[in-house]
Design a protein around this ligand. Structure first.
Ligand SMILES: [Zn+2]
Length: 418
């Protein structure tokens, strides 16, 4: 593979803008992908699907006693709302969901609870104790007084316990509130929910042999709301376009479907929608290769997989032959590969990152962190990796998921077809 012309990087440059699922910006990115495919002389499908969407109309936290201070915050989408004009509530800090921490706190009605970490168990405890509102602490570093506050949504597994108005503040501000003895807060949260439309972009490369068997190559092209999303996941989106171009020019034996998924960041909504809408195709889908974050200047390559044991040996062998250093580990990635794995399809997820420093979902996920050369290397390696499977005379691995991985998938992602 001699793709040193910066094809993928050139697309990445044009894709690096916020592309939140269900917005006009995400649609703009989808149309850009379609134009790119058209420029290669091919057609693609724009497959719409509905997603739950929300608009925060007002979110504010003000300390009202024993001093007055406005606290920077974001509110959690779908978490409900407070009465018009807000509510004045006493503040209580609960640092963990242990019976000891909750001792004497059976009734939290009328209380705003500041929590260290909002796991599902903690959330359930607070709903059952009738807390009036929750304030969570962002995962920024202590000293980052101007760190991004990331808007997120309350997920269905939480909402099944009930909606509870939820905010997020920086650790810097949370600590200052406690240090200075903030006792009472005025909380304001108004939001509305509606249905929006997101899209998957799908392009097919037909195999040279008469078979129904096919391999999926996926990447999510959406981003969170405030990030340019170069690494997460403009990089994977562009890598998959590089792979698409390669396999157009070097037709594989088996069919390939390239799927650029929308709304991954809101809970893998695009890949779930694809799997749901194409049930008839899934039994002949042999593997899924998913690309979520690659091309970073710093860092190292990581390949996760779920599938038969032999898969690990094969992936390592291709790494070795291609001179591509990478960790290769069996684990369940929270990305668009998961709905395929839930449907019984073995998955391989190549990625690259400087995991301790690179910022996903923030304003700092910019093109500056990406190397055209490293992006190219990922594409070149992946043509060899995917080529090994799509061009084998007999498909090299069984279409099966080990029982322990299947159990983890079921627990984390639920049934593939909700
Ligand atoms: Zn991602």
């Amino acid at each position: 593979m001699n793709e040193t012309d910066g094809f993928s990087y050139d697309l990445l440059k044009r894709l690096t803008f916020p592309r939140f699922g269900g917005t006009e910006h995400e649609l703009r990115a989808a149309l850009l992908l379609q134009e790119e495919i058209a420029a290669l002389g091919r057609e693609s499908e724009l497959e719409p699907f509905d997603i739950p969407a929300y608009r925060i109309e007002r979110a504010a936290i003000t300390v009202t006693a024993p001093f007055t201070r406005s606290i920077d915050c974001v509110a959690r989408g779908f978490s409900g709302q407070l009465p018009e004009g807000g509510a004045e509530l006493p503040l209580r800090y609960i640092e963990m969901d242990s019976p000891i921490a909750f001792r004497g706190l059976e009734d939290l009605s009328g209380t705003a609870v500041l929590v260290e970490r909002l796991g599902e168990k903690m959330y359930r405890e607070l709903v059952e104790r009738r807390a009036a509102a929750i304030i969570t602490i962002a995962s920024n570093k202590w000293y980052q007084a101007d760190a991004d506050l990331l808007p997120t949504e309350m997920r269905p597994n939480y909402l099944k316990w009930g909606a509870l108005p939820t905010f997020t503040v920086r650790p810097y501000d949370a600590a200052a509130m406690l240090r200075d003895g903030a006792a009472t807060l005025r909380l304001e949260l108004r939001q509305r929910s509606y249905t929006a439309t997101s899209h998957n972009v799908v392009a097919v490369v037909e195999g040279t042999e008469p078979t129904d068997e096919w391999v999926a190559v996926t990447a999510h092209y959406d981003s969170t709301s405030i990030t340019p999303g170069a690494w997460d996941n403009g990089s994977g989106t562009a890598a998959v376009m590089g792979l698409y171009r390669h396999f157009l020019n070097h037709p594989p034996r088996r069919n390939m479907r390239f799927i650029w998924c929308g709304s991954e960041e809101q809970g893998l909504l695009g890949s779930r929608a694809y799997v749901r809408a194409h049930q008839e195709l899934l039994p002949s889908c042999r593997m899924c290769f998913n690309f979520d974050m690659c091309g970073s200047i710093l860092g190292n390559n990581e390949i996760s997989f779920i599938g038969p044991e032999a898969l690990e040996t094969m992936v390592r062998q291709v790494c070795d032959e291609a001179g591509f250093p990478s960790n290769v580990d069996a684990y369940v990635d929270s990305s668009d590969s998961a709905p395929f794995a839930c449907a019984g399809v073995p998955v391989v997820c190549p990625s690259r990152g400087h995991w301790t420093s690179q910022e996903m979902h923030t304003r700092h996920d910019t093109l500056d962190t990406i190397s055209p050369q490293k992006l190219h290397e990922m594409v070149a390696f992946s043509t060899a990796l995917i080529g090994f499977f799509v061009n084998a005379p007999d498909f090299p691995i069984a279409r099966e998921i080990p029982a322990d991985a299947a159990a983890t998938l079921e627990k984390r992602f639920g049934p593939a077809v909700p």
